[in-house]
Ligand binder design. Structure first.
Ligand code: MF3
Ligand code: CO
Ligand code: CO
Length: 284
């Protein structure tokens, strides 16, 4: 038989806190609340923050060294070396069979691009480097766009608007509102600028696992999705396309996600903590 119970369960013998009572009141009204285990302890938050320090240093290092003529495999080697030298583990390596330590996604590649010696960066490319770091068991996940030399005004705008989408999503997130408010704000900003939002991939809980609840859609309605409770940690990582939002997976490797119309895509990502007032970035 199944156990039928509420998601928010206060362990036996533990006196419910003011926060417990507040979440339980939302749950009684039919709001989707997180499991209580999604609330990170101060020690866990500190661990994720430390992992974030390494993660940020890795992306800074990539930013200082990325240039036309280098291969994406060289980016992978740089990420792997720095990660290991600092006592951390690259989360992507061997994750569900992913063969490298970082994702490198150029132009029409939306995400999950696999670094390769054969792939050489050229002037005008836009590339997303997505790095997840494990330090002492704690995960930090972030990605940035890099423009190689000079690119077209439209690609430059795409990179800028994708970054604004992340910032606007962050600002829309307040405790005791819903995850859907984030996606709603992101989608509005993308559409206002003539761009579309990828629907098949989303942000996610992170910190003690790579991918956890909640699901953070980058589109949709306000007031839907999981309640934001202080102590939750998740990513926002909007993928913004110049043309259609539709994507496919390249059968050549089973990983690379590409826009259906092969127009460019841009993405930025941070790991965030829900605080009493909003979101705090744990990856900068
Ligand atoms: N870092 C990606 C994310 O933002 C996930 C990459 S999974 C991999 O969730 F296997 F492709 F590395
Ligand atoms: Co990521
Ligand atoms: Co992520």
């Amino acid at each position: 038989m199944f156990t039928v119970r509420k998601r928010w369960r206060v362990p036996a013998g533990v006196e419910p806190t003011a926060l417990d009572r507040k979440v339980m009141a939302f749950e009684s009204r039919g709001v989707l609340v997180p499991k209580r285990s999604l609330i990170r302890t101060p020690e866990e938050i500190e661990g994720i923050r430390q992992s974030g320090v390494i993660n940020t240093a890795i992306l800074d290092l990539v930013g200082e060294n990325i240039h036309a003529g280098m291969s994406t495999l060289e980016i992978d080697e740089m990420v792997h070396k720095y990660t290991i030298e600092h006592g951390a583990i690259p989360a992507c390596l061997n994750y569900e069979g992913f063969p490298k330590s970082v994702c490198t996604s150029i132009n029409e590649v939306v995400c999950h691009g696999i670094p390769s010696a054969k792939e050489i960066l050229k002037e005008g490319d836009i590339i997303n480097v997505d790095c997840t770091t494990i330090l002492n068991g704690f995960y930090a996940d972030a990605s940035r766009m890099f423009i190689i030399g000079k690119t077209t005004p439209q690609k430059e705008k795409l990179v800028r608007v994708a970054k604004e989408c992340l910032e606007i999503g962050m600002e829309a997130a307040k405790p005791w509102t819903c995850v859907g408010d984030i996606g709603n704000a992101i989608e509005k900003h993308a559409h206002k600028n003539g761009f579309s939002v990828v629907r098949d991939l989303c942000g996610h809980g992170v910190g003690v696992k790579f991918h956890d609840d909640p699901e953070v859609l980058h589109y949709g309605k306000k007031g839907v999705g999981m309640l934001l409770v202080p102590g939750m940690v998740f990513t926002i990582e909007p993928m913004i396309n110049m043309g259609t939002w539709k994507v496919f997976i390249d059968s050549a490797d089973g990983w690379t996600v590409v826009t259906e119309d092969e127009l460019p895509s841009a993405q930025w990502e941070h790991t965030f903590l829900v605080t009493e007032t909003g979101l705090e970035i744990l990856t900068h």
